[in-house]
Ligand binder design. Structure first.
Ligand code: ADP
Ligand code: MG
Length: 680
């Protein structure tokens, strides 16, 4: 039995002008050692024959046997295992040292580098061990390539024009080396150098136009001994080294990808920060309105119409006890009478001779703004007394009516008709307020507003007397206090003045929990604002999540393209690694790691720069929307887990790198080795 044999092999290539046979049907057997030359003119099919025997090109028909076993059924290549190959143009790894080149197959096999040292010494190359391959002469390169090929102790050494690029002297050195090698193994060499063949070859196969025309091969006599199976260990060190090399080689492209990755991840972080931060930010903004601490409570009362099946449902003022009982969970609370019947909440006003259109009027518990107004203060002066002499307006008022009104006195007059003990009284409540200053409230959903002192209104009402038919009189305060629920003076609500932001949250909670029953109703502008924010926030959240998803797919595509292009750029190197025995998985892992390094690296950079971006964006958003800290990336803690976001982002990045590289690489899995290694 021969060591390696080809049975009825042929190779047909298809070209633009149709197919042709580069190798016509032939059968050959080779002995277990000796230097066998395949000679022929250029283009005659020598390389094709050698490549088919070496298993890096598959025959169009026929089979190749090693130790009687079909090599196509082995499930792994011959090269890097039972065989090795040297090429006309060496196919060494440029940029690596002599020692790195020779020890690479050993590392791929997970072996120590001792063998590399032995071989370099044997071939007199040890002194060159640290030199960059690119600085060597052709002869030195080819001898290094032979050393590299011998590290795996192959049974067969294939050599395709090993002296093709060398001068006479170097050719002799290389041939001497091959001669030595062939004493213990089969060396199958392609050459067109008749003289060298005559000098060195033990047997010659001649090929003309793809057909074997002569062969001095003897029928092999001795039985080849089955080769021991080499034990392989997994080793990743060389993969990491090539990863580093790759990143250095692809520096420009990888930098671009790194930047787009950084931007992508930063955008992801910022979007996430917005999703987490927008609602709390908006909720914090609502405190920036002077109405934040006020609300009202009213009661639905049913009034029977005598002699009718119909009844009237109307809003009325609950009793003080009912209001207190309903709101007992709120600590510091003032429940006061609403005098809205006597003093409307929307009135036109005059200033000098000019009459202005109606504006909204809101009572404040304390117009000297002891509680929370000071941070909102914008212009003018804070009123010093809590009376009916001055008012405060918001910025919307100034925008609408002009800043010239600041410091001026504006007059409002509210007219109502009050029947007291059978007599109708026409009552005017007049207010003459100096506009003391302007507050900068949260502008969103706000209207021009004038704030006056509730205490001031009480004092004004206490001064107004109405009279009954019998001549008795009473002031408006007393009338309103005593009015029954179905009286017009009692059909308003009770006002609630809270004094602490945390009580406002309690109030909102009470409204949410619907604790007031069927009858009582609490209305708070802060609550309506919050409801608007909630729906706005959920609209933001769902639309932004969609965009983030699209952005992630885009990022994955960019990164996938990067690893794919690295793989394509590294085709030759990968073919070399493959014939040195590296598995497809290990070679692809270089590119998967490259994508993962890019992804994880850019996600970490994004984490580093995102606080700055967050600041800048928050400033811009504040200028635009008046809402501070809309983006709040939860670095330290999310959903109660410390650093969940940081860890999560890095994991997502690693996963993205893995997926984005594996998919395109899977497409490229079949690497055309022979074409890459063919000598041009
Ligand atoms: P040699 O090594 O003897 O110079 P080759 O074996 O490289 O010749 O090539 C034999 C013939 O096959 C040549 O005409 C070459 O152009 C052709 N050939 C080689 N590889 C391919 C290929 N992948 N596709 C098409 N034609 C090819
Ligand atoms: Mg050739």
């Amino acid at each position: 039995m021969s060591l390696i044999s080809a049975r009825s092999i042929a190779k047909r290539f298809s070209t633009a002008s149709g197919g042709f046979y580069a190798l016509k049907k032939t059968s050959l057997s080779f002995p277990s050692h000796g230097l066998i030359a395949i000679k022929g003119k250029s283009g005659s099919g020598k390389s094709t024959l050698l490549n088919i025997l070496a298993g890096i090109e598959s025959p169009s028909q026929g089979r190749v046997f090693l130790h009687g076993e079909d090599i196509a059924r082995k499930g792994r290549p011959l090269l890097g295992h039972e065989a090795a190959m040297v090429f006309q143009h060496y196919n060494l790894i440029d940029g690596d040292s002599v020692f790195q080149n020779v020890s690479l197959p050993l590392l791929i096999r997970g072996e120590g580098t001792k063998k590399a040292k032995e071989l370099l010494n044997q071939f007199g190359l040890w002194s060159l061990k640290d030199k960059d391959i690119r600085t060597l002469s052709g002869g030195e390169k080819q001898r290094v390539a032979i050393c590299r090929a011998l590290t795996g102790d192959p049974e067969i050494l294939f050599a395709d024009e090993p002296t093709g690029a060398l001068d006479e002297q170097n050719s002799s050195l290389v041939m001497d080396a091959l001669r030595v090698v062939s004493s213990s193994r089969l060396v199958l060499m392609v050459s067109h150098n008749e003289e060298l063949i005559a000098r060195y070859a033990d047997a010659v196969v001649e090929i003309v136009d793809g057909r074997i025309v002569s062969s001095t091969l003897e029928k092999p006599s001795q039985e080849a001994s089955p080769k021991k199976k080499a034990h392989r260990r997994i080793s990743g060190g060389w993969v990491l080294r090539f990863l580093g090399k790759n990143i250095r080689q692809n520096l420009g492209k990888d930098t671009m990808c790194f930047l787009s990755g950084t931007l992508g991840f930063a955008a992801l972080l910022l979007s996430f920060g917005f999703l987490v931060g927008n609602l709390p930010a908006m909720e914090a903004e609502q405190e920036k309105t002077l109405t934040y601490l006020s609300a009202s409570i009213s009661k639905r009362s049913v009034v029977e119409i005598p002699g009718s099946a119909l009844s009237l449902v109307k809003q009325s003022r609950p009793s003080e006890e009912e209001a207190i009982a309903a709101l007992k969970e709120i600590e510091g609370l003032d429940i006061v009478t609403d005098y809205g019947y006597f003093f409307a909440s929307n009135l036109p006003f005059t200033c000098g001779d000019t009459t202005y259109e109606p504006v909204t009027l809101s009572p404040l518990y304390d117009i000297t703004l002891q509680e929370h107004g000071a941070p909102l203060w914008r212009q003018g002066e804070i009123p010093k007394t809590n009376d009916f002499s001055s008012c405060v307006v918001n910025e919307e008022f100034i925008k609408h009516y002009g800043s010239a009104l600041l410091g001026e006195t504006v007059s409002f007059s509210s007219r109502s008709v009050i029947t007291y003990q059978g007599k109708q009284n026409e009552v005017f409540v007049d207010a003459h307020w100096r506009i003391a200053g302007v507050v900068r409230e949260f502008g969103f959903l706000n209207v021009p507003r004038v704030y006056y002192s509730y205490q001031g209104l009480c004092d004004a009402l206490a001064d107004i007397e109405v009279s009954g038919e019998a001549g008795e009189s009473a002031n408006l305060i007393a009338i309103a206090q005593e009015a029954a629920a179905d009286s017009p003076y009692g059909n308003f609500s009770r006002l609630l003045f809270l004094h602490d932001a945390k009580d406002v949250h309690v109030l909102h909670e009470l409204i949410d929990r619907k604790t007031f029953g069927e009858e009582l109703e609490v209305q708070a502008s802060s609550y309506s604002l919050r409801q608007s924010f909630l729906s706005l926030s959920s609209a933001f959240t769902s639309s932004l999540s969609l965009f983030v998803g699209i952005a992630m797919v885009g990022l994955a595509l960019i990164l996938g393209m990067a690893s794919y292009s690295s793989l394509v750029a590294g085709r030759k190197q990968n073919a070399i690694l493959s014939v040195l025995g590296a598995g497809v998985g290990s070679i692809l892992s270089i590119y998967v790691f490259e994508a993962m390094v890019l992804c994880v690296g850019s996600s970490l950079t994004a984490l580093l720069i995102s606080p700055l971006l967050q600041d800048v964006l928050n400033k811009l958003l504040y200028r635009e929307f008046d809402i501070a800290h809309l983006i709040a990336i939860p670095y330290q803690q999310y959903m109660g887990v410390p650093f969940l976001l940081v860890i999560g982002l890095v994991l997502v990045a690693a996963l993205l790198g893995l997926l984005s590289s594996i998919v395109p690489l899977a497409i490229h899995r079949k690497m055309p080795i022979a074409e890459e290694l063919r000598d041009e």
